[in-house]
Design a protein around this ligand. Structure first.
Ligand code: PHE
Length: 473
């Protein structure tokens, strides 16, 4: 046996670290844009329902498997099934998926870091030029920023669970809340800001259709960092006195609150920039919003708050998104690192070094697939579309495998590990959970409709992405 397993130092530390994982680029920009385009308050309502009735039970399943096994996902599936070969496949998927998601998430985080750096230098006018983003992502500066981001992730993870992950979350998450609230207060004082709030909150049920509903579920699932082995790994750093259901509820609440409040920042900013905006013209992607549209909005503030004020606002915004991204990146990279440490008995430094190298290789390839290198830009094609390497990683791991991993963990806890063990695990440290209505709900839903829905999403995605025919949408 190696050293005793590392643990989080406090309940708050665990909650902030897990919330740090959950709060990411998806909350800051993806959620507000999706809500705006898909019926405002109506989207918020179904999103909240999905958090409570679908994602929270899956989060409990993941955390309990982690704590019961005290292992990384690969070790967890193996330990709890006495090395069943089939379930090991689920274990492998739970460490390859986070690694590959880390690849594309790192690239986006590097872009954010670049924009943060340029805002601090006062180069907002350049960032606001619509042609800037395309030039930026194909410039060599990108690799310099990549080195900086990797160094930050390395330093945090090298510190280990308590001194690295937990400490970083305890600094960055409160800072993130403060910056978020300060920016919301600021944008609400702008002209026409309240039109944005109204647009964001007033429900428009006419926009709801099967595609919007399934998109909302995927967004919720990703936002809560499910299907990536993260909650299994973080759960494995908890002791038996920890109240897992209570902590999971806090994480879900914090994540949803941040997503909601981010909408109170983005929408008023958009409407104060252009009160007559046709929101259907907003880009579907968070990327278009962060890197093209928002810099223009910030620049437009110059007439009211001056150049320095504008640069401060833009820098604060990018710092906010950067903190959100870094704590997510740390959590996702910890999964394969923990697995390598456990399975090969390597030191943290060695695991980090080896996987870090591999991450650099894949991330450089991804970063060059926006035009820098033709081979990776036009890497493959399916269902009639040419795809870059970056697109391929997103399609396969984010869109396709995430719901599959969610399906597998649900089937695993109820039908392989068994309900009684799941409940016994969740009851430890949480006597209020025992025999509660919520426990009964989790048992029922995780064994029935939740995996069914996740399986349908998986099948639909495969049909749509790779064969160009869809059941929904
Ligand atoms: N929850 C993150 C977000 O909303 C998603 C994520 C978590 C991505 C961890 C990568 C790693 O952006």
């Amino acid at each position: 046996m190696g050293a005793p397993r590392e643990q989080f130092g406090s309940r708050l530390g665990f909650i902030l670290a897990a919330a740090g994982s959950a709060v990411g680029i998806g909350n800051m920009v993806g959620f507000p844009v999706a809500a705006t385009k898909n019926g405002g308050g109506a989207f918020l309502l179904i999103y909240a329902a999905f958090v409570i009735f679908i994602c929270l039970p899956v989060m409990l399943a993941e955390m309990s498997v982690g704590r019961a096994s005290r292992k990384d996902p690969l070790g967890a599936y193996a330990t709890l099934t006495d090395n069943h070969a089939g379930w090991k496949v689920a274990g492998w998927l739970s460490i390859i998926t986070p690694f590959m998601i880390a690849v594309f998430y790192l690239v986006i985080t590097v872009w954010i870091f670049g924009y943060l750096f340029q805002s601090v230098l006062g180069n907002l006018a350049q960032l606001a030029d619509p042609a800037n983003f395309g030039t930026f992502i194909n410039s060599n500066d990108l690799f310099m920023y990549m080195v900086a981001v990797l160094a930050i992730v390395y330093l945090i993870l090298q510190g280990g669970v308590k001194q690295g992950i937990e400490k970083a979350a305890k600094v960055m998450m409160p800072a993130l809340f403060v910056m978020l609230i300060a920016l919301v207060i600021f944008v609400l004082t702008l002209d026409n800001a309240w039109a944005g709030v109204e647009y964001y909150i007033i429900p428009d049920f006419s926009k709801m259709d099967a595609k919007v509903v399934s998109g909302a579920l995927s967004q919720t699932f990703f936002s809560l960092s499910l299907g990536m082995g993260i909650m299994i790994t973080y759960g494995s750093y908890l002791d038996n006195q920890s109240d897992v259901p209570g902590a999971a509820k806090m994480v879900a609440l914090l994540d949803t609150a941040v997503a909601f409040i981010a909408g109170l920042l983005i929408l008023p900013a958009v409407f104060s920039f252009n009160p007559n905006i046709d929101t259907s013209t907003l880009s579907d992607s968070s990327v278009g919003m962060i890197f093209t549209f928002l810099p223009q909005i910030f620049l437009a503030l110059q007439s009211s708050v001056g150049f320095v004020g504008t640069s401060v606002v833009a820098s604060l915004f990018f710092l906010l998104v950067f903190f959100a991204a870094i704590t997510s990146l740390v959590s996702i990279f910890e999964v394969p690192v923990a697995a390598l440490m456990e399975e090969k008995q390597y030191s943290r430094r060695k695991s980090l070094g080896l996987l870090g190298l591999l991450l650099v290789v894949f991330s450089v390839i991804s970063a060059t697939s926006f035009g820098m290198l033709d081979y990776f830009t036009n890497f493959t094609s399916y269902a009639g579309q040419t795809k870059s390497f970056f697109d391929l990683v997103i399609d396969v791991f984010y869109d396709t495998i995430l719901p599959l991993n969610g399906f597998l963990i649900c089937i695993f806890v109820i039908y392989k590990w068994k309900k009684a063990k799941l409940n016994a695990e969740l009851d430890k440290g949480a006597p209020h959970y025992q025999n509660s209505w919520f426990e009964r709900y989790v048992d029922f839903s995780v064994g029935t409709f939740i995996p069914l829905i996740l399986l349908l999403i998986f099948i639909n995605t495969v049909a749509l992405k790779y064969f160009g025919t869809a059941l929904i949408g």
